[in-house]
Design a protein around this ligand. Structure first.
Ligand code: EPU
Length: 337
């Protein structure tokens, strides 16, 4: 079953809370709904809008937005070692994490409280606290708008990397994700190496799934603004990956600069965009209705009534200041339309 809306407001469909509209929005349940729509309308300009947590509209959208509405969850296999699970694209990400913690299943607990739908998770390979969605994903199923067929892609063919996947590269603009399959482990494998996670977990009595989830929810809610209260899209920028020589020369000047190894690539290091923005003096900076969050400089916020253009103006300003001070380019993680 699909529902088609015309000239629809997007205010409640994007976590930045910007007031834009779309010419057409199609809520779909199945691949057949999409096939019917594409055969009848052959849309040229379209975009998938999931829960709207990672998209910034800078103008009214004059094409077709496709929003999945199926939230089904199905267990595909259950063994002594793992459970294989399928969740449809509109399933809430954090409900999946909560379910898996309740069931005693490991692999996604560090990804607690990330505002996302399941269908969006593989696109930018959501990640936090030393874990990424790719660690648990086995298959991504999508509708190919060129062939009108359903395709199943296994993990290796998704070309996952830091905030990257084939869905942001070769398949961008060609596919609509229908469902994601996961393998969740029955064996405890706590991943506590990132930042203050271990301290928070120990304070709760040790590395149980529930304690890890609670610790991560607590850390996130201290640093990250709730989009229902203050419009935002989580990290606005990606952490920049630079040549080792660039990081080394910055470290001479800023010995306390956070930097992380890139697994499998010794020649590069990842820097913390939040730290760079903070050090550029912009944490808590405000320009009218938009600002840099005062507890996590990686997050741009809508203080109320901002347009997408206001957010982008601030984003350019922040990039310019970071470039001027450190010579490092930072780029948005958010999809800008
Ligand atoms: N830092 C500052 N000032 C700030 C922010 C950060 O000095 O305002 C420093 C921190 O002290 C730390 C370093 O920068 O030394 C890294 O900060 P943090 O651990 O908070 O993580 P991050 O690199 O800023 C990334 C993800 C987050 C994820 C956290 C935790 C990206 C773009 N962001 O942020 O993801 O929750 O790690 O793993 O990779 C998101 O994608 O929306 C998101 C929130």
């Amino acid at each position: 079953m699909k529902r088609i809306y015309s000239n629809i407001s997007l205010a409640d469909r994007n976590s930045f809370g910007v007031q834009q509209s779309a010419a057409t929005l199609v809520e779909f349940e199945s691949a057949q709904d999409l096939r019917d729509y594409f055969m009848e309308h052959r849309p040229e300009r379209w975009y998938v809008l999931g829960a709207g947590n990672n998209t910034l509209f800078t103008q009214d959208y004059d094409g077709v937005l496709f929003t999945p509405i199926s939230r089904k969850r199905t267990i595909l296999a259950s063994t002594e070692d793992y459970v294989e699970l399928r969740a449809e694209a509109a399933h809430d990400w954090d409900e999946l994490v909560e379910w898996s913690v309740n069931e005693g299943l490991w692999s996604v607990e560090n990804l607690s409280a990330i505002p996302s739908s399941v269908g969006a998770a593989p696109v930018q390979n959501i990640g936090a606290y030393g874990a990424e969605a790719k660690d648990a994903i086995t298959v991504v199923e999508y509708f190919d708008t060129r062939t009108l067929e359903v395709v199943r892609l296994n993990n290796a063919d998704c070309h996952f990397a830091y905030r990257e996947s084939v869905f942001k590269q070769e398949l961008k603009g060609h596919v609509i994700i229908l469902a994601v399959e996961f393998r969740l482990s029955r064996h405890a494998k706590p991943n506590l190496g990132y930042g203050d996670v271990i301290t928070e977990v120990e304070a709760r009595g040790g590395a149980t799934l529930r304690n890890i989830r609670d610790a991560i929810c607590a850390i996130r809610s201290r640093k990250l603004p709730d989009p229902k209260v203050l419009g935002n899209a989580g990290s606005f920028f990606k952490n920049p990956i630079v040549e080792r020589a660039v990081a080394d020369s910055l470290l001479l000047k800023y010995p306390d600069m956070p930097h992380y190894a890139m697994p499998g690539d010794d020649s590069k290091l990842k820097l913390a965009a939040g730290w760079l923005i903070d050090r550029a003096g912009l944490k808590g900076y405000r320009d009218g209705s938009v600002g840099v969050h005062d507890r996590q400089a990686l997050v741009l916020v809508n203080h109320g009534g901002a347009t997408g253009g206001d957010v982008m103006r601030l984003a350019y300003y922040v990039c310019g200041k970071v470039k001027e001070m450190f010579g490092v380019e930072i780029s948005p993680e958010v999809n800008v339309l």
